[in-house]
Structures are given as structure tokens and as C-alpha cells.
Design a protein around this ligand. Structure first.
Ligand code: ADP
Length: 464
């Protein structure tokens, strides 16, 4: 039985008013809680949101956080972007006020089964893929979480016979209390967000909290090829493994060209590697993890194969953009850490021109040296991390300082030869020059399509 919570007349403080905070404030207000929301941005930047929240009866403190509202609450729900080191949160925690992430609150109200997916990379791809497979198999499924729609926004539509697939970040998992997914997937663990978590150990413990309330009848799906993940193996739930390198006792693995599921001593071939429409061996791992989640959700092998085959992929994840003058352009703007960039580079045979840079997150770019040396011709650097990356890649590969993305695309188009590939996989956050990785990815695609127009115009001018 889930621990219930009656929000009526409870004093709830929502910290941060982006998508999750707004949805949380409205959710609590609809359940007659006395809601206050606090946000650093001032009123003029939030006119519509402020009007919507006030109409729902939410009290607002905009333009900064003072400490007193934090101390007068029954519950505080910080948004995923808000660090727990915020003085108001520290004081509230010391005073024993519960601080829950939105997924904890949502879970207490959610009906039906919950599949929760976390990891350093591949969360969105795997979450979308599980959603797609379940949908194709005609299961009642909703996809939510870090992926776009906050989990709290799908609670009202959940039903006892439905399945909710949620992507969870370390920031959401670090503030859970009783949150307990029926199926919990840990894809991989590599250093990320070290600007927000005190250490890799802290980051890893935040992710591993996903398993902490699971019982014997719950399931955990873990990457058997990842030593850091293996160290998080939980004791209570049933453990299923996935591996690209060897057969597992229970779970999914790649054997030669076949993706197999092994449960209760028998192997079932689910699909062949070439059925996977996504590039790169990291995506084989995402498929293996998704396949186990699908089996545990009652999907038949044939339907799993069909779901994988028809998966369209996710925008900004090694997304093919265009071929111009014999050169392919790929957008992997979502590669915001070194491991994702490494995987993107390794998904190609060679002849790469790689665009790197943006806002550094305390990363070690020397880890890219070997792959770049093997597969890339040149690195084009953009953004604030230019000097650090240049210093760490020196002598491994020719480097050109491009400064902006526009200049990088222009340079790449000039240098690339037919058969080459230009890959945007920055290994950095985007916030120094863009609003988000989506903004950066769209800007890249627009610049590439601009080249297309250019080259068509050039070709017709030459013909004329
Ligand atoms: P997340 O939601 O965890 O950020 P995404 O699916 O959005 O994951 O992918 C983020 C980046 O990581 C993309 O650049 C993608 O190519 C890369 N990636 C996807 N799956 C994996 C994986 N299993 N291991 C490493 N990198 C991956």
C-alpha cells in the first residue's frame, strides 16, 4: 500500500516556477492545499504564469527567495533545477520540514504501474522507446518525467490498469522519501552534473535511491557491463541484467547478432541487431534495457521487435540532418557530457569533423583524445569552454577555434570533403550561448539547412 497524503489545508511551498513547479503548484492548489510559490525571476518575466497561479489561489513570492516562507510549511517541493544547498532549503531541512521532489508527490497519487528510468545517458531515448513499444503493443501507457511532461501532470489521467513510464534525473531522485517504482532501470553511471553534486559518489548515491524502497515483488533492471552500476545492485527487488558483452542469468543480452531475453532458464530471441534503427552501440544498450522493461510489462517478443523496428528516434540525439555536397550532418546537441560525446563519436566509422564546446560542467575532456584521434579529422571549438578543451585536447587532433556555432558550421562546410561527416556533439551544456540544448540543436539544423539553400543556389548559378 502506498502512503497516502491528504493535501487539503496543508501548507505547501513550491520552489522554482518552470514547467514542473507550475504543474506542482496547480496540482496542490486543485487539492485545496495552501500553496506558496517562490521564484528568482521577477514578475515582468512571468506575467502569464503569475496570473494563472494567482487565479488558482497560489500565493507568489517572485524576484528572489526570502527565508521565512521556507520555515512556515508542512511540505516543500523544490523544482529539479533548484539546488538543495539553497539557504531556505537547508534551514527547512534542519527544522525537520519534509522536502520532496515532484516525483515523490506524484507517485503518492499515481494509479497503475510505474516504470522509472535513470542513468547518466540514454534516459530520454530509453523512456521514449519503452513508451513506443508499449503503445505499439496496445498497452495503456503514459510517458512523463524529465522528458517533457512532468510526472505530476499525468497523475489525473493514470488508471489502475495503466503503466506510467517516467524518466527521472539525479536531482529528482535525491529528494525522494518513499517513492517506489514497480520497475526501476539504471542504464549507466558516468560523471555528470559535478557542478551540482558535491562528488561522483553523491551523484551515484542520488541515482541509486531509486531502488531504496523497492520490495521483493518489484524489479530492478541494471547494466551488467557498467562497473559503477553493478556496485548499486539492490538487495530486495528481483534483479534483471542487460549486457552487450555476455549472456546474463536473467534479462537481455546481445549474442552475435541476436538480442535475446533469458528468463527462467530459457533463451528467447527477440530481434536482430540490424532491426535497431538507431546508430551506435550505446543504443543497443538502450534497446536491451527497454526490451527487459517491455517483457516485464507483459509485451510479447514479436511486439517488442515491431516496437523497436518502428521507433523513430528522438530529436537532438545523433539526429540525421542532411547530406550537402556529399557531406553528412548529424545533430547530437543532447551530448552535454563527455560520455555521450564519446558514444556519438564511436557511432561513426571515421572522417568526422566534430563541433565541441559550450558551458563546461567540470568535465575531463582528455577522455575524448583517443576516440577523436581514431575517428576525427578536426575539432571545431565553440563557446565558453574553448580554452579548457583546447588545452586538454592539444596535440591529439587538429583544433580550430570557431567561437560561434554559425562560424563552426561555415568552417566545417568549407573543410569537409565528400564522404565526411560533420557532428555536433558538444560535451558541454549550452547555456553560455543558447537557452537550452534544444535551442542549440535547432540552431545547428537551421544553419545546415542554410548551407543547403546556399549550395542549391550556388549550383543553379553555376548551371546558368
Ligand atoms: P538523457 O536523457 O539521459 O540525457 P538521451 O537519450 O537524451 O539521454 O541521450 C543523451 C545523449 O547521450 C545523446 O547525445 C545520446 O546520443 C547519448 N546516449 C544515448 N544513450 C546512451 C547510452 N546508453 N550511453 C551513453 N550515451 C548515450
Amino acid at each position: 500500500m502506498k502512503p497516502g497524503i491528504n493535501l487539503a489545508d496543508k501548507r505547501v511551498l513550491v520552489v522554482g516556477l518552470a514547467r514542473t513547479g507550475i504543474a506542482t503548484a496547480l496540482f496542490c492548489a486543485a487539492r485545496r492545499a495552501r500553496v506558496t510559490a517562490t521564484e528568482v525571476r521577477p514578475e515582468p518575466q512571468l506575467t502569464e504564469t503569475a496570473a494563472q497561479l494567482r487565479a488558482a489561489g497560489v500565493t507568489l513570492e517572485l524576484g528572489g527567495h526570502t527565508e521565512s516562507p521556507f520555515m512556515e510549511q508542512d511540505l516543500i517541493v523544490p523544482s529539479p533545477g533548484v539546488p538543495l544547498s539553497l539557504p531556505g532549503l537547508v534551514a527547512a531541512r534542519d527544522a525537520g520540514i519534509p522536502i520532496w521532489s515532484e516525483i515523490e508527490l506524484a507517485w503518492r497519487f499515481l494509479r497503475g504501474r510505474l516504470v522509472c528510468i535513470t542513468g547518466s545517458n540514454g534516459k530520454t531515448t530509453t523512456t521514449s522507446l519503452v513508451g513506443h513499444i508499449l503503445n505499439a503493443a496496445r498497452k495503456r501507457v503514459q510517458v512523463a518525467g524529465n522528458i517533457g511532461t512532468p510526472m505530476i501532470s499525468v497523475v489525473d489521467a493514470s488508471s489502475d490498469s495503466g503503466i506510467t513510464v517516467v524518466e527521472a534525473s539525479s536531482f529528482q531522485l535525491e529528494s525522494i522519501e518513499r517513492f517506489c517504482p514497480d520497475v526501476a532501470v539504471l542504464l549507466n553511471l558516468t560523471p555528470d552534473h559535478l557542478d551540482r553534486h558535491a562528488s561522483f559518489k553523491d551523484y551515484k548515491s542520488a541515482k541509486a535511491r531509486m531502488f531504496e524502497n523497492q520490495a521483493e515483488n518489484d524489479a530492478a533492471i541494471l547494466n551488467a557491463d557498467d562497473a559503477e552500476v553493478k556496485q548499486c545492485t539492490p538487495a530486495r527487488p528481483r534483479v534483471y541484467w542487460f549486457s552487450r558483452q555476455h549472456r546474463v542469468a536473467c534479462g537481455c543480452f546481445l549474442m552475435g547478432n541476436e538480442i535475446c531475453f533469458r528468463g527462467e532458464g530459457t533463451d528467447t530471441v527477440l530481434l536482430r541487431r540490424e532491426d535497431i534503427p538507431l546508430r551506435g552501440s550505446h543504443n543497443v544498450e538502450n534497446v536491451l534495457a527497454a526490451a527487459v522493461a517491455a517483457v516485464l510489462s507483459g509485451v510479447e517478443p514479436g511486439a517488442i521487435a515491431e516496437g523497436v523496428r518502428t521507433f523513430p528516434g528522438v530529436e537532438h540525439r545523433i539526429e540525421y540532418v542532411a547530406r550537402i555536397a556529399g557531406v553528412d550532418y548529424f545533430n547530437d546537441s543532447k551530448a552535454t557530457n563527455v560520455d555521450a560525446t564519446l558514444k556519438a563519436i564511436d557511432a561513426f566509422d571515421g572522417n568526422l569533423l566534430v563541433i565541441l564546446g559550450g558551458k563546461d560542467k567540470g568535465s575531463d575532456y582528455t577522455l575524448l583524445r583517443e576516440s577523436l584521434r581514431r575517428r576525427a579529422k578536426i575539432v571545431l571549438l565553440i563557446g565558453a569552454a574553448t580554452e579548457k578543451i583546447e588545452a586538454q585536447l592539444e596535440r591529439a587532433i587538429p583544433i580550430e577555434r570557431a567561437g560561434t556555432l554559425a562560424r563552426a558550421v561555415e568552417l566545417a562546410a568549407r573543410i569537409a570533403k565528400p564522404g565526411d561527416t560533420v557532428l555536433l556533439a558538444p560535451a558541454c551544456a549550452s547555456f553560455d550561448q543558447f537557452e537550452s540544448y534544444e535551442h542549440r540543436g535547432r540552431a545547428f539544423k537551421a544553419l545546415v539547412h542554410g548551407l543547403e539553400t546556399h549550395s542549391i543556389a550556388g549550383a543553379s548559378a553555376r548551371k546558368a
